[in-house]
Design a protein around this ligand. Structure first.
Ligand code: NDP
Length: 254
């Protein structure tokens, strides 16, 4: 395949939860841009392996599926070591892995709270910490955290998820300040609603209700999230840090 402009050539990207949904689109966009890409998965081994072959063939870049439960520090350390040994030190980290376990607070179990906080927020912290050592040594790097518009707006039935996503925003801005002088940028992308497995459980009525609140009148495509992540990962975004970019068809304007 002929390659056009490849702004991410030479970069080594790690996308958590890259086997399906938005993470899959992000991994694809980064590979298209010329980056080597590590796709981490927890349950979706077959999907991650198939995507790695597909992207390698399509874009002629190294793509590696890597097992990693982002809730576990030891797994994160092992995954980063594996990537460093086989692909080189990570220069672009995308914290995409996430989950929901919706319920009203009154009925929410501690497990649902802990699991959602651990996957979305603790996972983002652990992966970022693991990536920083080499980024600081390299005097450069990019961290992009996937939050959500509900981290700002809140959402009934998603207090755990909204708290985790709001936490990611505070984490992003704090880390951005800690590492700005090292040439590392840390930003967040806040999708509105995108049809993936995560949103598949909504009823048709809920889907239509949400659609009507979106000024652009439609759901987002995973590729529309991915293109913003790829931009933030590129040298073109070198002076942007500590920002939260909403990609939501105008749903939240603040
Ligand atoms: P999906 O449910 O389709 O995919 C979730 C991904 O996260 C999977 O790749 C899954 O990996 C991974 N994952 C979940 N738990 C873990 C874990 N413990 N360790 C490692 N990986 C894990 O969700 P989306 O693609 O929709 O969501 C991607 C991100 O975008 C999430 O952070 C989500 O919160 C956010 N987002 C999504 C929106 C939407 O409308 N879809 C809106 C706003 C934000 P595996 O399959 O291998 O287990």
């Amino acid at each position: 395949m002929t390659q056009g402009h490849r702004p991410l050539t030479g970069k080594v990207a790690l996308v958590t939860g890259g086997g399906r949904g938005i993470g899959r689109a992000i991994a694809t966009e980064l590979a298209r841009g010329g980056a080597s890409v590590a796709i981490t998965y927890r349950g979706s081994q077959a999907a991650a392996e198939a995507l790695a072959v597909e992207l390698n063939q399509a874009f002629d870049v190294a793509v590696r599926p890597v097992l990693c439960d982002v809730r576990e520090a030891s797994e994160i350390e092992r995954a980063f070591a594996e990537v460093k040994d086989t692909m080189g030190a990570v220069s672009v980290l995308v914290n995409n892995a996430g989950m929901t376990a919706d319920n009203l607070v009154m009925r929410m179990s501690e497990e649902a709270w802990d699991d959602v906080l651990a996957t979305n927020l603790r996972g983002t912290f652990l992966s970022s910490r693991a990536a920083l050592r080499d980024m600081i040594r390299a005097r450069g790097g990019r961290i992009v955290n996937i939050t959500s518009v509900v981290g700002v707006s809140g959402n009934a039935g998603q207090a755990n998820y909204a708290a985790a996503k709001a936490g990611i925003i505070g984490f992003t801005r704090s880390l951005a300040q800690e590492v700005a002088s090292r040439g590392i940028t840390v930003n967040a992308v806040a999708p509105g609603f995108v049809m993936t497995d995560m949103t598949a459980g909504l009823t048709d009525e809920q889907k239509e209700g949400i659609r009507q609140r979106i000024p652009m009148g439609r759901y987002g495509e995973a590729s529309e999230i991915a293109s913003v992540v790829a931009f933030l990962a590129s040298d073109a975004a070198s002076y942007i840090t500590g920002q939260v970019i909403n990609v939501d068809g105008g749903l939240v304007m603040a």
